[in-house]
Design a protein around this ligand. Structure first.
Ligand code: UDX
Length: 443
């Protein structure tokens, strides 16, 4: 029975907290370990310290079974049969490369606590290619009876539980010389997903590490491609939304991640394409992913373009003008503001002298902490009261459901820029709004 298999989750941030809850839901006995006592206390008390639909209910349910615990003690984690490494690998403050210090210190602590002989360490964090091989060399000298596998995580914020329980694929990077032990243990861990038909990719460490960064690089490229087409549409008077819809009819292209607008943000895509370039350069293959610099540049240009269009529509200067910003999270159904295009645009305008008021259904507390210089409102009406212009920058359904007739009565001037191409143009125009969007013709 799975409860006999003990699982530790090292690092209880977004990925780790979700993985811990889901592993426990599958019936395993799970301990989540983190050096941050605040995170541990929250999770142990049944509170998810970030916004993720459905996760808190599942956390509470599993805490009640007694199968799921959280601790700051690596000694408690050392008794597990399988350790999932789920720590963050953010961008370094001083370079585009990934910061692996959390990963290294997590392994230091686990090894110091004495993991069980025969246990398996499974890397889930997004890492530069070569990290797993280096870790394998370290284990070979310091803990030769502990196995290693690399099993990248592809979960999307907002769909974390669903993506963990039923991923698009399971990628297992394995060592050729362990007699199939790691594969056997991971097949047992993921038995329910495998039985449900989840495709399984068995490969080496380097390929497993690369699948993750390649997937994110491809998604980023797809978004920047359509945003580049938006720039061309702006130059020609074309309509990028119609263009994207027409492209999507070609099944080889497909319509997902072809949404033009202020571009991608978040804790993954931007840092992953930068770390990928840095790692490729270290390997002497920087030329192969040179195009990712352009993908990044196109993406960042959408933010300045948004600020420029705002300035233009306000007559050449935003100084002293009131700007309502709908959205602070980097995407809807999340309170994550890491590298958020919405807040970046808000800040550009604030620095140019605008009076910016931001609203978001979930991300205002995080935004307020990080950007105390901006003003915040509880809802769209409050944010838009007396506004000279309204910017729609994160496509929450709350914003799509705004009644433009009602909102028009609060603003000073009914001008909206739809930075996500998600509002119902006809409805907003019928309500008297001047509607503008990135990559679409003006009327
Ligand atoms: C991403 C990957 O999708 C996921 O597989 C990986 O594990 C982590 O990184 P996430 O960062 O949660 O997940 O967000 P995602 O849904 O991929 O969106 C990324 C960004 O792209 C958001 O800012 C979103 O607004 C933007 N985006 C997405 C677009 O601008 N246009 C689109 O068409 C789609």
């Amino acid at each position: 029975p799975p409860a006999a298999t003990r699982v530790s989750i090292i690092g209880t941030g977004y990925l780790g907290a979700t993985h811990a809850v889901c592993m426990s839901e599958l019936g395993f006995s799970v301990v989540g370990v983190d050096i941050d006592p605040g995170k541990v206390a929250n999770l142990a008390a049944g509170r998810v310290p970030f916004f993720e639909p459905g996760l808190e209910e599942l956390l509470r349910k599993n805490l009640d079974t007694g199968r799921l615990t959280f601790t700051t003690s690596f000694t408690d984690a050392a008794a597990a049969d399988v350790h999932f490494l789920c720590v963050g690998t953010p961008q370094r403050p001083d370079s585009p490369a990934a910061d692996l210090s959390h990963l290294v210190s997590a392994v230091d602590r686990l090894l110091a606590a004495g993991p069980k002989p025969g246990s398996l360490l499974v890397g889930k964090s997004t890492v530069p290619a070569g990290t797993a091989a280096a870790l394998a060399r370290r284990l070979a000298t310091e803990a030769p009876l502990v196995g290693l596998a690399w099993n990248p995580e592809f979960l999307r914020e907002g769909f974390a539980v669903e993506d963990t329980m039923r991923p698009d694929r399971l990628v297992l990077g394995l060592q050729a010389d362990d007699g199939g032990r790691a594969e056997g243990m991971l097949r047992a861990i993921y038995a329910s997903a495998i039985e449900a038909g989840t495709p399984l990719v068995l490969t080496d460490f380097a390929t497993a590490e690369l699948v993750k960064v390649a997937a994110n690089a491809f998604l980023a490229t797809k978004i920047s491609f359509i945003n580049a087409m938006a720039e061309i549409c702006e130059a020609t008077g074309g309509d990028v939304k119609t263009l994207a819809a027409a492209l999507a009819h070609d099944a080889r292209i497909g319509g997902r991640f072809l949404g033009a607008g202020v571009g991608f943000g978040g804790g993954c895509l931007p840092k992953d394409i930068r770390a990928f370039q840095a790692r490729a350069a270290e390997l002497g293959a920087g030329y192969a992913v040179g195009f990712l610099a352009e993908v990044d540049a196109i993406n960042l240009r959408r933010r300045t373009r948004m600020a420029e269009l705002t300035t233009e529509l306000l007559g050449g200067s935003v100084a002293g003008r009131r700007v309502a910003v709908l959205g602070a999270a980097f995407k809807p159904n999340s309170d994550d503001i890491r590298d958020s295009p919405a807040l970046d645009v808000a800040n550009l305008l604030h620095r140019a002298g605008a009076v910016v008021t931001v609203t978001d259904p979930a991300a205002v507390p995080n935004a307020r902490q990080r950007h105390p210089e901006l003003s915040y409102a509880d809802n769209a009406v409050q944010a838009a009261t007396d506004a000279d212009i309204v910017l729609h920058l994160t496509e929450w359904s709350d914003f799509r459901e705004i009644d433009p007739v009602a909102l028009a009565s609060y603003v000073r001037t009914p001008t909206v820029i739809d930075g996500r191409n998600a509002l119902d143009v006809a409805r907003w125009r019928a309500a008297g709004w001047s509607y503008y969007a990135l990559g679409r013709p003006r009327v």
